[in-house]
Write a protein that binds this ligand. Sequence first.
Ligand code: GDP
Ligand code: ZN
Length: 306
Amino acid sequence: MEATVIRTSGDHVHVRTEEGMILPATLRGKFRLTVHDLTTPVGVGDRVRVRTEEGIAVIEEIFPRRNWLIRVDPNHYHRRQILACNIDQALLLVTVEAPFTPLRYVDGFLVLCEAFDVPAGLAFTKADLPLKPSSEEKRRNLIRLYQQIGYPTFLVSSQTGEGIESLRVYLRNKRTFITGLSGVGKSSLINRLIPFLHLPTQPLVRLTQRGRHTTTYSALYELPEGGEVIDSPGFGEFRIGDVQPSELSHYFPEMRAYLRQCQFNNCLHIDEPGCAVLPAVERGEIPSSRYHTYLALLKELKATPT
Ligand code: GDP
Ligand code: ZN
């Protein structure tokens, strides 16, 4: 029988069978041995073949994936952790205050999506909350910046419903991986999109305490108007593995046009003679914030043992 992995929490996996039955699932040893470098051998969205045994789905086969998002397992740099499988797009939720989302985090997510060829979008949440004027301006500029690069960018409020309709259009009939820092309003947004789901949300007082997550699992939910969202834990980073330093700039869409004009084809765009990227940054054609995160990610990439 075929099934879809709809929930993972560490080694605990649930599947939904073709008939719509939700069952706990187990993986028998062989996957662990063959796919040795993954934290968990299946991810939410995986298609699997199962046999049921006393109410438990035994996963016998994992079907080839259309695509996936994986990151470096922060606890074991040689391992990869599956974020989601077989997805149409990925949406990062962003707040400029409470919690503060670093641009490194946003750009790290976008680079990961580019590297795995997954269309990415951004949604700035909590539009109803008043911001300091400087933060408000920052948010406006960021929305413009990412839209200009070509990423669909939304401004939404789960409280008032502002922006929710255009987000629904973006999500309709697609399978979307949704993530963001803990406290960004992910559960609130998914509750708004799917009435009656009632995911627990965190009290605001907790938001100042780092490392608290309401979500410690990944789970797939169906949208009432068609499509699915994959809810995920508030990942702290999206460290990308298996990328050569000279590849990194290809994952910055606004840099791509300049890359072939660099004198050296392995140019890292740091201070090389004949680099076409550096003057474009100076002319403001490549946003300097993006160039700075490029340099930070490059450094991180070089420091990640593989
Ligand atoms: P998660 O950790 O990303 O799932 O975030 P939650 O959904 O638990 O939200 C964290 C806090 O932000 C909660 O106290 C929510 O009530 C609050 N929050 C979330 N979305 C909004 C919003 O659109 N407007 C306002 N004012 N508060 C929000
Ligand atoms: Zn260059």
